[in-house]
Design a protein around this ligand. Structure first.
Ligand code: SF4
Length: 335
């Protein structure tokens, strides 16, 4: 089956008069209908830049796609005009942003904000009545009574506002939703409810999803496959079970797991990964994790290849050159 979205060797930089910031450095992955891919990593790993590149929403002038391909339904989005991209955004690919407080317009009732998204994209040439029906259906889908469509954002709690954002994203029935840290601004109990709702809607509508997060707990609850990003690269890729149950991992993934609190262990302080991500204006030639890696070796001065451990499980690290099945130069997650 052909993937819904396929990204090949994508490289993105932010260019100013003074410097070039290498934000994404040659990543590849694919997503099929109904599938959820988690992209996990620290702030600055390149997760949001990847999402903005798919929607071609990088900042004008400074954000530049240096190389690669972004294919959606078999067509290269990088060749699309701005007008054609406007049709893709919202109608075929929708984004849920991190902070519901800023994503909604405070002076427009929520029902009108959903209707505006529909009028802008007007899928299937909808009539006014069709749009009203779809607004009601979208609100119902996220557990909000259509009777509240005349209410303003400030009349909703944080969790309910995020439900409204999700209703806007779902209104046009997109094939792919990109959720960028969708529950970060919410408290833990509301977070669980919103994640459960996202999961239910995804299986009901068979929408594919990219879940961007720094939280492995959210990955465990929502994703089928996982890409671990570090300094603009995918350093480990696999099915959810590969990332959570396999005996071997990239040293960075090991560090991410070490920083999760556990109910079974009584520890005074949580593990942290020492050091900082490398300066993206001056990345090392060798492994980007070199300065923080507890397993660093002399060969790490050279850039590691991506090795297939088994099935879809791939790790970009010299430690696996002997045990891995086959090296791959492209860093491609073969989905
Ligand atoms: Fe650590 Fe070397 Fe592997 Fe990089 S390539 S993660 S420095 S062991």
């Amino acid at each position: 089956m052909k993937p819904l979205l396929s990204i090949e060797n994508l490289a993105v930089a932010y260019q100013t008069d003074l410097e070039t910031v290498a934000a994404v450095n040659g990543i590849s992955f694919a997503i099929h209908k109904g599938q959820t891919l988690g992209i996990v990593g620290e702030t600055g790993a390149g997760k949001t830049t990847t999402a903005l590149s798919i929607l071609r929403l990088l900042p004008d002038r400074t954000g530049i796609i240096k190389s690669g391909k972004i294919e959606f339904e078999g067509e290269d989005l990088l060749t699309y005009s701005e007008r054609a991209m406007r049709k893709v955004r919202g109608e075929k690919v929708a984004m849920i942003f991190q902070d519901p407080m800023t994503a909604l317009n405070p002076v427009i009732p929520i029902g009108k904000q959903i209707a505006e998204a529909l009028i802008l994209h007007n899928p299937d040439g909808m009539s006014r009545d069709d749009i009203e029906d779809r607004v009601d259906a979208s609100l119902k889908m996220v557990g909000i009574s259509p009777q509240r469509k005349g209410d303003y954002p400030h009349q909703f709690s944080g969790g309910m506002k995020q439900r409204v954002i999700i209703a806007i994203a779902l209104a046009c029935k997109p094939k792919l939703i990109i959720a960028d840290e969708p529950t970060t601004a919410l408290d833990v109990t509301i977070q669980a409810q919103v994640l459960q709702m996202i999961n239910d809607l995804k299986s009901e509508l068979q929408t594919a999803m990219i879940m961007i997060t720094h939280d492995l707990g959210i990955v465990a609850q929502t994703c089928d496959e996982v890409a671990v990003m570090y300094a603009g690269e995918i350093v480990e890729y696999g099915m959810m079970e590969d990332i959570f149950d396999a005996p071997v991992h990239h040293p960075y993934t090991v560090g991410l797991f070490g920083s999760i609190p556990s109910l079974d262990q009584d520890v005074e302080r949580l593990y942290t990964i020492d050091g900082l991500m490398p300066d993206p204006t001056n990345l090392p030639v060798g492994c980007k994790f070199m300065d923080r890696c507890p397993k660093v070796m002399p060969i790490c001065q050279e850039a590691p290849k991506t090795y297939t451990i088994s099935g879809k499980h791939q790790i970009k690290c010299h430690l696996f050159s002997d045990i891995a099945q086959s090296p791959s130069d492209s860093g491609k997650a073969d989905t």
